[in-house]
Design a protein around this ligand. Structure first.
Ligand code: ZN
Length: 551
């Protein structure tokens, strides 16, 4: 990481550490996720605060400031709000159920202007000033959230780099030490306990802060990885530690500290963990050495974190884990340099063509063209690329794409509703329609099977409250379940008495909701409703009806 950015971030941390932030929720803070925790394909940029398993808890501004950004999207942060504070910090609140009435008025204006539920805008400082502790909205589960919670971040406003909010909040009770789950030895170019393959090593917990591994016998270049977690007192969720150090005979080899992240770093998670083990067993084992062309930006490695063991050597490798308030544990690994007969030999590499990070590649198979540019991978990665009838199969479950590759398919005379589809985890998903040049073209960041599918069936619309020709003056809202079995839902439009109205779409629930009085006021009593839903290949279904309501 750029040194000046790091320095700036550290200064900011010191600065905010002195700040007395208002908690973003009214209940005691319990975490279900910590900063920089290893997630599916990224480091977590904030903390996840539990909301008692429900939605609708009031959310509060942590300090004086102004709403600097509102973003509503289908995935990602769902309904999110960004507040800029005078100390140069931006606080971010995500997955909201709804905004405060005052903020909602601004949001509705945008949505009605743009005729879109999803919007993004940057209000001026004087438009929505906010006082410390003021209501900004209600907690929810919108976007890529799978269970109600508040995702909260603090960022340096100037560069939008998130830093660890726990550093500026001493309100969370934490006397628990991190816990080590397992230790893995990696014979990079050597042998550990008669194995050329990675091997789980046995460890014993001596007391609540010291673990010791059984003495290992090794030769050559080796490295280690650990699986661990940390918990705050009130939380049963497993979080990550704040600081990890490793040293050989007191000489540092590896160090990582999660006080700041740049968004460029968030895709580097695959480099820090044993990625194949994560894919195979969903285990997050952090490797304390680097095996990639460019190492993880905010980790420090000496000798790439590796240890050279010679015959006759007696060494001790020590790993130290600390949480954010300084609770620590140690793991000592005694190493004996010894040449032994190998019982487990190195597995042969995966089949396929080896793709090197510093080269560009083009493959042509039947009507498919595949372009893989430099730096698509961070290490040499084998890919098996084969045709099976009309389907192109690209495989290697452990491949991690840092950049997308481009795939094009020239195919004449495709029927209406034809689309390029990718199959991953047994499910086909829409990737691209035919473009003006008559090609299917897509940028992809995953392996899988790729072929042309046809969807000629329009979406379904189900009126949950059966409003047709009914009086519904007591209902707060109208709801529809929408679904599309083939290419999936593309877009939708709703009209009330021939005027566009806002329907909120929750993908996870397959639900469209129109709320009365929000902000449309009905004058007459007989109302015409029209809803049109398109799938991704432009098949459409229209639902039209009349209902009665007096407001
Ligand atoms: Zn989160």
């Amino acid at each position: 990481m750029n040194r000046s950015i790091l320095l700036l971030a550290l200064l900011v941390i010191r600065f905010v550490y002195a700040q007395n932030y208002h908690p973003p929720v009214d209940i005691p803070i319990q975490l279900s996720g910590t900063f920089a925790e290893l997630r599916g394909t990224h480091f977590h940029a904030g903390i996840d605060i539990r909301t008692q398993g429900k939605e609708g808890l009031p959310l509060r501004a942590v300090a004086n400031g102004y709403v600097s950004r509102i973003k509503i999207q289908q995935g990602g942060y769902g309904k999110a709000i960004y507040i800029n504070h005078p100390n140069g910090v931006t606080s971010v609140y995500a997955h909201l159920q709804r905004y405060s009435p005052e903020i909602t008025r601004h949001v509705r204006k945008k949505q009605y202007n743009q005729k879109s539920y999803t919007v993004e805008f940057y209000p001026e400082p004087d438009q929505m000033p906010i006082k410390k502790g003021a209501l900004i909205g209600y907690s929810g589960n919108t976007g890529s959230s799978f269970g109600p919670h508040l995702h909260f971040e603090l960022r340096t406003s100037a560069n939008q780099i998130p830093f660890n909010p726990l550093l500026s909040n001493g309100n969370i009770a934490d006397t628990r030490k991190p816990i080590i789950v397992q230790l893995i030895g990696y014979p990079i170019d050597g042998v550990i306990n008669r194995s050329e393959e990675q091997i789980q090593l046995s460890i014993t917990q001596k007391n609540d802060s010291v673990y010791v591994a059984d003495t290992i016998r090794a030769i050559g270049t080796i490295g280690f990885g650990i699986e661990h977690f940390d918990r705050q007192n009130e939380s049963f969720f497993k979080n990550g530690a704040f600081k990890i150090d490793a040293a050989i005979d007191n000489t540092p080899r590896f160090k990582i500290q999660f006080d700041t992240l740049s968004f460029d770093d968030t895709s580097e998670m695959h480099k820090l963990i044993d990625y194949p083990l994560y894919i195979d067993a969903n285990k997050k084992v952090m490797q304390l050495f680097n095996s990639h062309e460019t190492p993880v930006a905010f980790a420090n490695y000496t000798n790439n974190g590796l240890i050279d063991v010679e015959a006759g050597a007696q060494l001790t490798y020590t790993i130290k884990l600390s949480d954010v308030v300084g609770n620590k544990v140690y793991l000592d690994i005694p190493i004996e340099g010894k040449v032994e007969e190998v019982w487990v030999t190195k597995k042969s590499p995966l089949p396929g063509k080896m793709i090197y990070p510093k080269r560009d590649y083009m493959f042509e198979l039947q009507d498919f063209s595949l372009y893989i540019n430099q730096k698509t991978f961070s290490e040499p990665t084998p890919l098996s690329i084969e045709m099976d009838g009309d389907t192109l199969n690209i495989s290697n479950d452990y491949a991690y794409f840092e950049k997308p590759y481009t795939l094009t398919l020239e195919k004449e005379n495709t029927p209406k509703g034809a689309y390029l589809a990718l199959k991953r985890r047994k499910r086909w998903g829409h990737v691209a329609n035919k473009n003006k040049k008559g090609q299917f073209s897509a940028k992809l960041k995953s392996t899988g099977a790729i072929t042309v599918l046809v969807d000629s069936i329009p979406p379904t619309i189900e009126d949950q409250k059966k409003i047709s020709n009914r009086w519904i003056s007591l209902e707060k809202d109208i709801r529809f379940t929408i679904d599309d079995k083939g290419a999936g839902i593309g877009r939708y439009e709703g009209y009330l008495n021939d005027k566009w109205v806002l329907f909120e779409y929750e993908q996870k629930k397959k639900e469209l909701t129109f709320r009365f009085r929000d902000p449309v006021k009905l004058k007459k009593t007989k109302h015409k409703l029209k809803l049109i839903v398109w799938d991704k290949v432009n098949n459409s279904t229209t639902f039209e009806t009349t209902f009665y309501r007096k407001e």
